[in-house]
Design a protein around this ligand. Structure first.
Ligand SMILES: *Cc1c(COP(=O)(O)O)cnc(C)c1O
Length: 384
């Protein structure tokens, strides 16, 4: 722990906030607010890039399309994966000429006409509609190979991509300016490097010269044990082993084979915090609740994933509170689902500042912002 002692007693997880984040959180007037550590994002993206020699790195924009984050990521990535006309317009306006991989199930005819570096075709019918546009296209066929994926947080089986029959149906359709470049696969999320490498071994064993292996690199939202803290400078769970993944891919890649990945969460999750303040601490039938400004309509991640969002309590309050006992942190929404973290042993008082960490991906942008019509949070960017 390198946090000053006065900020440590009331923390769940050794959520050691970077000093800059802690200081900025304490300086914030109006909360709730998102705080993005752009300097940390820059350093993280640079280290990911360094770990992947010879592999093309795209960022999956749906994880967080905030332009400030995209501007930091842009120099470190070869391109962006966009999954809608909206994301396409957003990224193309920010970075004219940057390679875009156009993806997403259920593309409309208008989306099929968008300029791209690659388009990930999801079905034989989609390929027929693409051909009918008469436009040039560079296609990766998205495959759904039914490989076993143990231990995934979320498996992209079901409607995504094509099985072997779908691919076989597509192959004879290619003609003229619609070119088959290779394969795309995004099989699951929440996989560690050895799991992803086992899949990559199967996916790269193909005559195709270009393969996009997708994203899904694991992000752990739970506390690390002291023994594993070397894996992470954040004090949170182990971070994805980018160096091991890069070494593994280098070994699996055939000479002349173009390999691309498109992580989202594992690039931006760490750089965001949601900062708020405790408005009430109460005891109901023996359970202690801390009610904070805002809620999961701003930070839906813990509700969506069913986890406890890691946080730190900064003791800025002098109101009534609880001392070293299990506390459930909830927001202002009138629903029992508005829970950030359950029964975490901590100390908390009315007026304390709560910093929810790891709120940089699938957080604000997946949340139901206008439910109950509370004000939107502020957005602040630390540039180091
Ligand atoms: C969501 C998505 C990604 C990014 O996934 P992460 O788990 O955020 O890394 C990459 N590719 C496709 C096709 C996706 O749908």
């Amino acid at each position: 722990m390198n946090a000053p002692a006065e900020f440590v007693p009331a923390v769940f997880v050794p959520a050691v906030l970077a000093p800059a984040v802690r200081e900025a959180a304490l300086r914030l007037g109006d909360v709730p607010a998102y705080l993005y550590d752009l300097a940390a994002l820059d350093a993280h993206a640079a280290s990911v890039r360094r770990a992947l020699p010879g592999v093309e790195l795209y960022y999956a924009v749906k994880a967080n399309p905030d332009p400030e984050l995209l501007r930091v990521l842009e120099p470190h990535v070869d391109g962006f994966e966009v999954s809608s006309a909206g994301e396409h317009a957003h990224v193309a306006a920010l970075f004219p000429g940057k390679p875009l991989a156009l993806a997403g199930p259920g593309k409309t005819d208008a989306e099929l006409r968008l300029p791209h570096h690659r388009i990930h075709v999801e079905s034989p019918n989609e390929l027929r509609r693409l051909l009918a546009t008469g436009l040039a296209a560079d296609v990766l066929l998205r495959i759904n190979p039914g490989l076993p994926v143990e231990g995934a947080a979320l498996t992209m089986s079901g409607p995504f991509g094509m099985d072997e029959e779908g691919v076989a149906e597509c192959l004879p359709l290619f003609s003229g300016r619609v070119r088959l470049r290779g394969l795309h696969a995004h099989l699951a999320s929440g996989l560690d490097a050895p799991q992803l490498l086992r899949l990559a071994e199967r996916l790269l064993d193909t005559p195709h010269d270009e393969v996009n292996l997708g994203g899904g690199m694991a992000v752990s939202y739970s506390a690390s044990s002291p023994a594993s803290s070397s894996a992470s400078s954040s004090g949170l769970g182990p971070v994805f082993d980018w160096a091991g993944y890069g070494r593994g891919l280098a070994g699996l890649r055939r000479a002349g084979q173009r390999v691309r990945i498109e992580p989202g969460r594992a690039l931006t999750a760490y750089c965001g915090s949601y900062v708020t303040r405790v408005v009430d601490v109460k005891r109901v039938r023996g359970e202690v609740f801390a009610i904070v400004r805002g809620g999961t309509h701003h930070l839906r991640t813990p509700a969506a994933k069913g986890h406890d969002q890691p946080f730190a309590v900064l003791p800025t309050g002098d109101g009534p509170g609880a001392e070293g006992e299990p506390v459930t942190f909830v927001g202002q929404l009138c629903t029992p689902k508005d829970v950030f973290a359950r029964k975490i042993v901590t100390s908390v008082r009315v007026g304390d500042t709560v910093v929810f960490a790891m709120a940089g991906a699938y957080a604000w942008n997946i949340s139901h912002h206008d439910f109950l019509m509370h004000p939107h949070p502020g957005f602040h960017y630390l540039r180091g």
